[in-house]
Design a protein around this ligand. Structure first.
Ligand code: PGA
Length: 230
């Protein structure tokens, strides 16, 4: 088994158990390269979201159905692989005529009952969701201008996409979640993971705000964890 599949199998199995034990959970999910092996394992193990309300973490301002859209990625890497649809599936509608109002709607929905569990990837620049460096720790769900590195990275999700803007669940809603699983793989994430977990808390590395959260579990593979002492 490839190391990344082994990591994915472990995380996927834990997610199956976690959701089976607590039907009715509100679960917020990321997309991107990192969670894919975990989602594949979740599906292969017969995991179900039929009793779970799923929320998508963020979205790029790209046309409906674009291969690099987060909703399309989540369907491709997880939802389409499951026998049943989630109990509910919520996402930010980037086609809305008034995007600020759409972000406010999503923020209110998230605040109504904090997520039981949120899974997060870690951007190479320290972002979580699309909360880019410079963001305040209590930011609301909103439209964001993406950093050049994020735009660059999105291109490989499909068809050379170059979204300049995105929408993201804000830091406030992320930090209000009862439990956080931070998923990090690859040696190229080792420095930023170390900074996020042990560096100063602040806007330079948005993931550093997670140090203030009481229940964060970091699922890092061996290369990503290389600079951590314990
Ligand atoms: P990746 O993206 O999983 O594709 O590396 C993570 C992120 O940018 O949040």
């Amino acid at each position: 088994m490839r190391a990344e599949d082994e990591w994915g199998a472990a995380v996927g199995a834990l997610l199956v158990r976690r959701l089976d034990a607590r039907p009715g959970s509100r679960l917020c999910l990321p997309t991107g390269d990192t969670p894919e092996p975990a989602y594949a394992a979740f599906a292969a193990l017969g995991g179900s979201l039929a009793a779970t309300d799923v929320f998508l973490l963020d979205e790029f301002l790209l046309p409906d159905g674009h291969q690099a859209r987060c909703d399309v990625m989540l369907r491709r890497m997880l939802l389409d692989r499951l026998e049943e649809a989630p109990r509910r599936f919520h996402r930010l509608d980037v086609g809305a005529a008034d995007l600020d109002a759409e972000c406010a709607r999503y923020d209110t929905l998230a605040a109504a009952r904090p997520f039981d569990l949120i899974l997060l990837g870690l951007g190479s620049n320290g972002h979580i969701g699309l909360n880019e460096p410079g963001i305040a720790g209590d930011s609301a769900t909103r439209v964001v201008k993406l950093h050049p590195g994020t735009v660059e990275h999105a291109a490989h999700y499909g068809k050379g996409a170059r979204p300049e803007f995105g929408v993201t669940l804000g830091m406030k809603a992320i930090l209000a979640s009862h439990e956080v699983w931070l998923l990090v793989t690859g040696r190229h994430k080792a420095e930023i993971l170390e900074r996020a977990l042990t560096g100063p808390i602040g806007p330079d590395v948005p993931a550093s705000y997670l140090q203030r959260h009481p229940d964060v579990t970091v699922f890092a593979d061996t290369p990503a964890a290389e600079l951590l002492s314990s």
